[in-house]
Design a protein. Structure first.
Length: 446
């Protein structure tokens, strides 16, 4: 297990970044394209007592690619594939923040043999394939990235061809396997966590308000499975267009005003008094006790106020989210107050955020912690000897997992990440942990 320790200050970070030279594939903005070295050796490797016996994979032929000649103490080359010149400004900003996080990880590894090689994918499948091939040609031992499923597919076509491990940032589980590992938070893991917690609070009847895309479909499938596993029921599903102008009708249908009014009248006839929101018997008579809204950003802020508008009271019906709610800008939305959602381990993410802000004088983007963790894991599976490099691929499937900026996580036999998540509540402009993340994994196959 690696235990990242934050030792970088703003001054040191700026001095080292300013000293980095630039060669290799050119990209725009503050994106160094030369391998980024570290200054002092250190030991952030996994605890040997917790390792499984490692399988040593001998270096393989790269089909004629011009690999650097290995002389003396070999370096560890980690390629970072990101859309630095994507057409979408949001992707470019995300890439820059992830590069910063990756550099932070390299500094904390504190081993001069570790080199970071940023490569631009342009945000396309073809660009990612070319960036991967270029990185392998430069001698990369592990590929980290890219973003989005189409780009990961492109890079994977090269990583598999040349047998180079790839740790990508996509939630498309079909891409994983055969040397490709996906570190993102999977919707299936997030849905399982929030539904299990809701059931522990005696919530068993659920509604789902989702977008029309593939992500929403995966959330629905996972929710149907998890509610059933907890003895509950998904009673209502409404699908909306991505356009804010077309959200009203699905929300109106989901509200089921007539059924809620009938439940209220029945409650009064049976002697109910006071605030029905405080009576569990009334809540159980509603069409649903909680509604899951797996949305983010501006769309979520446009969607959620429609629920109270159609009399779905967040004091009566619990609003639930996925990890997409882990965004401080959402704390300003009154309708989300009291809502629950899963997110990374609080202490781990706060430690990372503080380190990042000290180094770069800005807040990290949402995916930056994943880049940090991916670099630490990538460095952890490469072992250098005098004349060769050994790739310890089985370390990626360590059943005890890894501790990083996102908390505890591990990869399963399919190459998919399982994160131990906390449950947060939106409370008066801040996130409050109401159920901490677990500190260890159950045995595989449990």
């Amino acid at each position: 297990m690696f235990d990242p320790r934050v030792i970088i200050s703003l001054c040191i970070g700026l001095l080292v970044l300013g000293a980095c030279a630039t060669t290799g594939e050119p990209v725009s903005g503050n994106v160094p394209s030369q391998p980024i070295p570290v200054s002092q050796p250190g030991d952030n490797r996994q605890n040997p007592k917790q390792r499984k016996p490692i399988t040593i994979v001998k270096p393989v032929s790269r089909n004629g690619l011009n690999l650097p000649h290995m002389q003396g103490r070999e370096v560890v080359r980690l390629a970072l594939l990101l859309p630095f010149t994507a057409k979408n400004e949001g992707l470019r900003d995300q890439a820059r923040s992830m590069l910063n996080a990756a550099q932070l990880a390299v500094f904390e590894i504190n081993d001069r043999r570790v080199l970071l090689i940023p490569k631009d994918t342009g945000g396309t499948r073809a660009g990612a394939a070319e960036a991967a091939r270029s990185a392998i040609n430069d001698g990369a031992h592990v590929l980290v990235g890219p973003l989005l499923s189409r780009a990961v597919e492109g890079a994977a076509s090269q990583s598999r061809r040349y047998r180079v491990p790839l740790i990508g940032f996509s939630t498309d589980s079909q891409i994983a396997g055969d040397g490709v590992y996906l570190l993102n938070f999977l919707p299936e893991v997030e849905v399982a966590r929030i539904i299990d917690f809701a059931a522990s609070q005696e919530i068993y009847k659920f509604a789902l308000l989702r977008g029309a895309g593939m992500y929403g479909g995966r959330v629905e499938q996972a929710m149907r499975y998890q509610t059933l596993a907890n003895g509950g029921e998904l009673t209502t599903v409404e699908v909306y267009s991505r356009s804010p102008d077309e959200m009203n009708a699905p929300v109106s249908r989901l509200a089921q005003t007539d059924l809620r009014n009938e439940a209220l009248e029945l409650w009064k006839e049976e002697g109910g008094t006071g605030d029905p929101a405080l009576d569990p018997e009334f809540l159980f008579e509603l069409p649903y006790q909680a509604v899951l809204i797996p949305e983010s950003g501006i769309r979520l802020q446009s969607l959620v106020p429609l629920l109270p508008y159609y009399d779905v009271d967040p004091r009566v019906v619990k609003f639930l989210g996925t990890g997409r709610w882990f965004d401080q800008t959402l704390t300003r939305e009154p309708a989300l107050n009291g809502g629950w959602f899963p997110g990374p381990d609080q202490q781990s993410i706060e430690t990372f955020n503080a380190s990042y802000e000290r180094a770069y004088s800005e807040k990290p983007k949402r995916l930056a912690p994943l880049a940090y963790d991916a670099i630490l894991v990538a460095a952890n599976i490469v072992e250098t000897q005098v004349d060769r490099v050994l790739i310890r691929a089985d370390i990626l499937q360590n059943p005890n997992g890894f501790n990083g900026a996102t908390g505890l996580f591990r990869f399963d036999e399919r190459g998919l990440a399982e994160h131990k998540l906390a449950i947060y509540e939106m409370r008066r402009g801040r996130f409050v942990v109401i159920d901490p993340a677990a500190s260890e994994f159950e045995p595989l196959g449990f």
